[in-house]
Design a binder for this molecule. Structure first.
Ligand code: FAD
Length: 491
């Protein structure tokens, strides 16, 4: 029997620019496996991400089958399933692309050692990032803590490598007859909700898979990039790429985006200006920076990067948290954002900042509560971006917005959704208010409320908290922390 190769798919559900897959396929017969990880200390996926994964795996399995291969699906703990598969299938070469969360890193390291000790060659590759987290450092070789110098140093490393083509043909290796953890197909993983089926809005909004990711990128370059720099802050407009869930699951990689953008600009096809392109690349830069932070600060999703925040006097108010989660705070921009999230599994970046600030500062709720809710409800729930962004808003992160900067949800709504069309889309019950009241329904007159069919406290909630009170309480909480003077000096 000739030895086979094995490629283990994880957060890289694509065939193109997939260096690990290519390396395994180049050696001859290859086993391609996905393992639904249900073991160890790795964080389980949230509900919306499970839905995405299900669709993405189905699309991947189909693409693999078209090239003559088969996607083997297992469920359980990779720590035991992978070595079992390698031994039973006579595999002498294993490849995967790297991950950066500490639980996953620990698992990969242990597996690498174990397999190598058993005489198997193991190689890992970079498919997810422009630069590995350890490749960008300060002059003295330390991890970076501030975005602007980080991104400058990352850019100075030059263009990322040219993306690899997908393997033209896949030669499948025989799958052993009795395999622990094997499931029939993607559907048998049971990743999609059934009782109740809450995924209707997700199905309407998204089309997971590599082909859709590529189409979304080319549509964005054709018609979305123009005006991105200014338009990206308007939640009512489809002015951003919406590539985040595709990137999260590795249906497309940042090298592909970088080179497609460069090629389109060279060919004069990308309608945007140089400033639009730079801004878009710098958003990918924030993603890179988040991974840099995650890698160098294990546990970023649970531990405040700035240790001073360990003593923060958070409030526990279950009713307020629930109102926030359901989009029933009485502040329309917050509620519209939370309902966009619930309905579509995604939320516009500007609104993510506003709802996060409201929860952490006005409601004085621990940022980890918000991070966990996003983790469960976002289709793009990402171990690095979610943790780093929540800490950024909380003021506890690296290069974070200072805690004392507190977004006012009314003025944020008025600035970024001036005609209220975003709010009206997700809050039909207040759509009849005039523009001048749409971000503050409690200021409407009795006549305006009646004309719009609104009874405050019944058809739409009164504000859960007074903004001035919430702001004052947040600032007092901040002042109670040790050594806050450095923060206040920046105001
Ligand atoms: P575009 O503007 O088109 O940007 C292109 C890509 O750059 C995005 O797809 C994303 O991968 C990356 N990007 C853009 N903005 C950021 C940012 N601020 N930080 C890091 N990467 C960025 N993003 C996630 O991918 N997953 C998350 O779980 C996540 N949680 C967040 C939580 C909070 C509280 C906040 C404030 C932001 C969060 N973000 C998260 C970042 C950002 O909101 C989304 O990446 C962005 O809205 C995705 O939309 P887009 O693809 O249209 O972005």
């Amino acid at each position: 029997m000739t030895a086979a190769s094995l490629f283990w798919f994880r957060d890289d559900l694509r065939l193109a620019d997939n260096p690990g897959l290519r390396a395994a396929c180049a050696r001859g017969e290859a086993l391609l496996v996905y393992i639904l990880d249900e073991g160890g200390d790795r964080r389980a996926l949230g509900g919306a991400a499970r839905w995405w994964l299900s669709r993405s795996l189905a699309a991947l399995a189909e693409q693999i089958a078209r090239r003559g291969g088969e996607l083997l699906i297992l469920r359980g703990d990779p720590a035991t399933l992978l070595p079992d598969l390698v031994a039973k299938a006579g595999v002498d070469y294993v490849a995967w692309n790297r991950r950066y969360e500490d639980g996953a890193l620990r698992l990969d390291k242990a597996l690498k050692t174990q397999l190598r000790e058993a005489g198997v060659t193991v190689e890992s590759f970079n498919a997810a990032l422009l630069n590995e987290p350890w490749e960008v450092t300060t002059m003295t070789g330390q991890p970076m803590k501030v975005f602007t110098p980080y991104w400058k140093a990352a850019r100075a490393r030059g263009e990322p490598a040219t993306p690899l083509p997908a393997p033209a043909k896949i030669r499948p290796a025989g799958i052993p007859a009795r395999l622990a953890g094997r499931v029939r197909d993607v559907a048998a993983l049971g990743l999609e909700p059934t009782g109740p089926d809450w995924a209707g809005g997700l199905r309407e909004a998204w089309s997971p898979g590599e082909a859709s990711a590529r189409k979304r990128l080319s549509d964005f370059l054709d018609s979305g990039l123009a005006g991105y720099r200014d338009g990206r802050d308007s939640p009512a407009r489809a002015a951003t790429s919406r590539l985040s869930p595709h990137l999260r699951f590795g249906e497309i990689g940042p090298r592909q985006i970088w080179h497609a953008l460069a090629a389109a600009r060279e060919a004069g096809e990308a309608a945007g200006s140089a400033a639009d392109a730079e801004k878009f690349l710098s958003e990918l830069g924030w993603r890179e920076f988040s991974y840099h932070l995650l890698f160098h600060n294990p546990g970023l999703e649970t531990r405040s990067y700035n240790p001073r925040f360990a003593a923060f006097p958070w409030e526990t108010d279950a009713a307020a948290l629930r109102a926030w989660q359901r989009g029933l705070t009485g502040y329309p921009i917050v509620d519209a954002g939370m309902r966009e999230l619930w309905q579509t599994g995604w939320m516009h970046n500007r609104v993510r900042m506003v709802v996060a600030s409201f929860l952490i500062k006005h409601l004085l709720t621990d940022w980890r509560e918000g991070e966990a809710w996003f983790w469960d409800t976002l289709v793009d729930a990402d171990p690095a971006n979610n943790a780093a962004s929540w800490q950024w808003v909380a003021g506890s992160g690296a290069d974070a917005a200072p805690y004392f900067r507190i977004f006012n949800p009314v003025t944020q709504g008025e600035t970024h959704d001036p005609d209220g069309s975003y709010v009206r889309r997700f809050l039909p019950e207040i759509a009849g208010l005039p523009d001048s009241r749409i971000h503050a329904p409690w200021t409407a007159s009795a006549k305006e409320l009646k004309a719009a069919g609104i009874t405050l406290g019944e058809t739409y909630p009164r504000p859960v908290i007074d903004l001035a009170f919430g702001r004052r309480r947040a600032l007092e909480a901040l002042a109670s922390l040790p050594d806050t003077r450095g923060d206040a000096a920046g105001n």
